[in-house]
Design a protein around this ligand. Sequence first.
Ligand code: PDD
Length: 283
Amino acid sequence: MTRTIFCNGKFVPESEAVVSVLDRGFLFADAVYEVTSVLEGKLIDFNRHMARLRRSLAEIELTFPVSDEQLLDIHRELLKRNEVRQGLVYLQVSRGVAERDFVMSNVEPTLVVFTQKKDLLGNSKNASGYRIVTVPDLRWGRRDIKTVQLLYPSMAKMIAVKAGADDAWLVEDGFVTEGSSNNAYIVEQSGDIVTRNLSNSILAGITRQAVLEYAKEAGIKIVERPFTVAEAKNAAEAFATAASLFVVPVVEIDGDPIGNGKPGPVAQRLRDLYLEECRKRAF
Ligand code: PDD
């Protein structure tokens, strides 16, 4: 089955979904994106993803005329046409096609939306846990904006893959910022959850927002502050969150086991809690 992609205002077969070489997304990474997960054919945390998209667009001063309702229709139509029951929807907005110039001109933004079928729930790492390596965080200073400038995260991921690990946690001034494409957490011996506070240093994960909300409702204490790699290695548990992962346990950092080296009960509980709650709210 040929995948249908939304590109330049139309639903087209993948082979016809093309963007100009002069698109500023291609030339300058002048674009922002969102990734929304799909379970049982329904969108997870869609409104929150669109709220973050609006914030990213505002931060780079990109005027984008398409409403959330129109974006919802496009998402739903793609899920239907591509028969996606489980997977991801990627939405990318670039500033558009303009003569190459560092000065940004007001052109028509490019909107591309595409789906990926994926067995998110069947990810074998849910059971085995992620093995992490730490790498210096060499990204730019506005990680709160979800831009398509993903070269360093890809390089960090490749360092992990080459080392036989699953992902990289990025470290700045001795503290973990976040994962290559996910937020990072530890569970202290007391049972409290520690995750880095929001700032320009990390992306405000939508899964993070939801997981912290549900954890607080369940009476689990959350401390939002930076933590060191040493703290993580001595923690009872560690885990990561992202739309593509939900909650995934971390069992090893730089070759050292976390806790007993097996996925921990707090990560498992939060995963169950998140999946239960997000499904109730999905549409
Ligand atoms: N990545 N931090 C970074 C740097 C990310 O790229 C992501 C998401 C997250 C988690 O955000 P959320 O919970 O909203 O997915 C944190 C997506 C999944 C990606 O680029 O594929």
